[in-house]
Write a protein that binds this ligand. Structure first.
Ligand code: NAP
Ligand code: GDD
Length: 356
């Protein structure tokens, strides 16, 4: 039987890069949608670039999406592209709506037009729950608390409507926060682990943060991309909440990270009101019972292990000898398609592939 083909939007992002690796390990032919930028930003996929095909396109451009789907002729489309940073969604709400909300309508309609048999995964978000009381599951009503969350709610319902209205095999993965050494540097986890490494090498003295009381359900990204694939392998399309079922405050993430390197975070951290948000999702905690039962999915990496993996990676990237526990955890628990060395694809690389 011929290999399956997939088109991943957002392949240059954290999740897209891990999903591409995972699908390559399953013998998929992988195509990735990339938008034109003035400097090439393929650092997360540079280690697999010769195994994938990149296609130029943008969620804001309908024709480019139709062409990308025609060119890749996929069995499955994973829509991971979005403007994903919540503070930016407050500064650029209209652009965020264009990419994160309408972009999804464009991809869905391109699938309907070119080939409605293509299976579709939408990267929905726990941020949609916003102010809804925890724990949150598939039945929890959405109470979005940011322009990003509101855009994701629109995208969620478009996915459900194309499933019901056009019988497209479309799934929403409602994923809670998932992190890794490839996490964007402005998200709080990576901002903290990176700052610790910079403090240790003497490049940074202080770390400025916002709301330390916010609570999140943090997991390890490579494990989460496996659930995306699992959703599209089920007999029927459906929506799933994915998270660890464990919650921690930002302050706890700080405490654990700094104590891993024998430092006291209180000596380095200052609160900067610039990082407070107009409204906040204060308490996001997954009830992942359905994913556990129907997809057979159980996360292996714990909160403390996640911190050790990310901190080791940032220490290594800063030229330090890592404490080493994170590396060992990964080797012990996560062999197979995901290895330490690949995790280190987070620096600045240039690309060989050109898209026009
Ligand atoms: P990320 O690292 O910010 O990656 C976003 C990707 O989207 C990048 O490849 C980016 O391309 C691409 N993109 C942005 N605007 C685009 C446009 N107009 N056209 C084409 N591509 C565009 O995000 P992530 O953490 O991997 O998350 C993946 C998806 O899951 C996102 O939709 C996010 O909202 C959602 N999500 C993430 C989490 C999480 O905890 N990570 C949780 C729930 C849901 P460039 O590289 O060119 O910028
Ligand atoms: N980024 C950031 N920077 N967040 C901070 C800071 C800071 O200096 N200080 C405190 N925080 C708090 C935020 O207010 C928020 O409550 C929490 O740390 C997590 O912020 P982020 O890491 O930026 O992630 P997020 O939860 O807002 O959004 C991420 O997760 C969503 C899923 O719930 C993103 O990946 C979204 O795309 C994703 O949908």
């Amino acid at each position: 039987m011929a290999n399956k083909r997939t088109l991943i939007t957002g392949i240059t992002g954290q999740d897209g890069s891990y999903l591409a690796e995972f699908l390559l390990s399953k013998d998929y032919e992988v195509f990735g949608l990339v938008r034109r930028t003035s400097t090439v930003n393929y650092e997360r996929i540079k280690h697999i670039e010769d195994k994938i095909t990149l296609i130029s396109g943008d969620l804001l451009d309908q024709n480019s999406l139709i062409n990308a789907i025609k060119e890749s002729n996929p069995d499955e489309v994973y829509n991971l592209a979005s403007q994903s940073f919540i503070p930016t969604s407050w500064k650029q709400p209209v652009f965020t709506g264009e990419a994160t909300a309408l972009g999804v309508a464009r991809v869905l309609d391109a699938i309907r037009t070119v080939n409605p048999k293509i299976k579709f995964y939408q990267a929905s978000s726990s941020e949609m729950f916003g102010a809804a009381p925890p724990p949150q599951n598939e039945k929890t009503p959405f109470r979005p608390r940011s322009p990003y969350a509101a855009a994701k709610v629109y995208a969620y319902w478009m996915t459900a409507n194309y499933r019901e209205g056009y019988q497209i095999f479309a799934c929403n993965g409602i994923l809670f926060n998932h992190e890794s050494p490839r996490r964007g540097q402005t998200f709080v986890t990576r901002k903290i682990t990176r700052a610790l490494a910079d403090i240790l090498v003497g490049k940074q003295k202080k770390l400025y943060l916002g709301n330390l009381e916010a609570k999140r359900d943090w997991g390890y990204a490579p494990e989460y991309v496996e659930t995306m694939w699992l959703m599209l392998q089920q007999d029927e399309p459906d929506d799933y909440v994915v998270g660890t079922g464990e919650v921690h405050a930002v302050k706890e993430f700080l405490e654990e990270t700094f104590s891993y390197a024998n430092l006291d975070w209180r000596e380095y951290v200052e609160i900067d009101p610039r990082y407070f948000r107009p409204t906040e999702a204060e308490y996001l905690l997954a009830d992942p019972a359905k994913a556990r039962e129907k997809l057979g999915w159980e996360p292996k990496i714990t909160f403390r292990e996640l911190i050790k993996i990310m901190t080791d990676a940032d220490m290594e990237a800063a030229g330090l000898k890592p404490v080493g526990e994170g590396k060992a955890i990964l080797e012990k628990k996560f062999g197979g398609w995901h290895q330490w060395q690949a995790n280190m694809s987070m620096g600045n690389g240039r690309s060989g592939q050109e898209t026009g």
